[in-house]
Design a binder for this molecule. Sequence first.
Ligand code: ADP
Ligand code: MG
Length: 447
Amino acid sequence: MVKPAHRDLWLRPITCVGIADGHIKLRAPDRYHKEWFEDNFLPSILRDLEVRAKRSFTVAFEVTQDEYGEPLLPLSGSSGGRLGALSVPAAAGPTPVPAAPRPELVSRYTFDKFVVGPTNQFAHAAARMVADAPASRWNPLFIYGGVGLGKTHLLQAIGHELHQSHPDWVVTFITCEKFVTDFIGSMMGQKRGVTTMENFRARYRKTPDVLLVDDVQFLSNKDSSQDEFFHTFEALHRDHKQIVLTSDKLPAELPGVEDRLRSRFTWGLIAEVETPDLETRIAIIKRKAETDGVVLPDDAVLYMAAHIKSNVRELEGALLRLAARAAFQNQPITLELAKDALQKLISLAPSGLTIEAIQREVSVYFDVKLHDLKGPKRHRAVAHPRMVAMFLCRKLTSMSYPEIGSRFGGKDHSTVISAVRKIEGLCATDPSVRSVVSTIESHLRQP
Ligand code: ADP
Ligand code: MG
């Protein structure tokens, strides 16, 4: 039963902005409300609605704040920076270089909010060093490690720091994905005569004093983008501009990336971020709770830190969930509440299976690349294994639909729901599908 006070806090902010052809569009003020709604209400509401309307619905969310629920801080667009100087009339000097895209940094991704422990100490020190003395020694700095371990945080912390210390510099932060789409867009634009590659090149090769590129593994198997990135790297490096890169793998282990690029990635310093140890996890939870104004008793902190081990993002998610639950039930956080609220996150299915293990097994079975399984491709050879994997994730772990969707490259929960239904249906009617699913399941259950 939802108390009126909590209805106001959590439900009222969710609004419906349209329903058409079985498609419902909802709006949430931030991703926390969205996720909370998806976890706590959406499945039952959908079920109810579908029974009454005798049809299925898909649901899409519009989130009105950025994905971090925080205002974004524009960097190189700030006054006093070089962009201001560039906007003088062209007649006053040589043709101005086109402005860099406004790099956006999340305001809380700063060094002082980063908790240092044995598993990230080196990467943190390397990042600080580069921020203190850019392009003097370690160029590029290459930070690598698994998801949710603070790579983007460190990369952006360097950006914040350099913006402070060199306000006249253009600090360009970009995700590798954006670099690639920008590149492709510029090429297409050039063909249609609306943009030129020269603009693109000025933006990345000439304008930046510092280039921060997040998730370079995205270049994998993208030949022409890699070529462009190679020349961007060369130009900046030659001009002694600091480059910092993050990746989920070591340069040598990046699949589908040319040797000449991989070797350049090793020219400077390589630093790894690893899964934090217990003490660091405790410190991170405490720091985060303090920042968010959440009161947490020590036993609840320890419980969370002891059970949520894989990465910092999950720790943050757990804290959020717990705080939401406490607010919802209008009670302080206790160990009991923590156990209750986080049970779903912590207790994997009896099998102890993880989404990653299921994805790996399915990709081996169908001979589909893991990358494609989590990617956007829609043809049957990939889409069918993906649906099977989603189905098994739902069946064999206690993850919610939104959680599963997010682990498949950020897919919507409604995609997961329809995949699960589809495979359920096929298992009921098609013995070959049933046998494939049960074979994979038995592989997974083997110790
Ligand atoms: P990655 O880029 O490695 O996937 P992120 O940098 O996005 O990970 O980190 C995920 C979340 O965890 C972010 O909200 C980040 O602020 C937080 N985080 C990661 N490491 C730390 C740390 N050492 N101290 C404090 N917060 C951290
Ligand atoms: Mg990241």
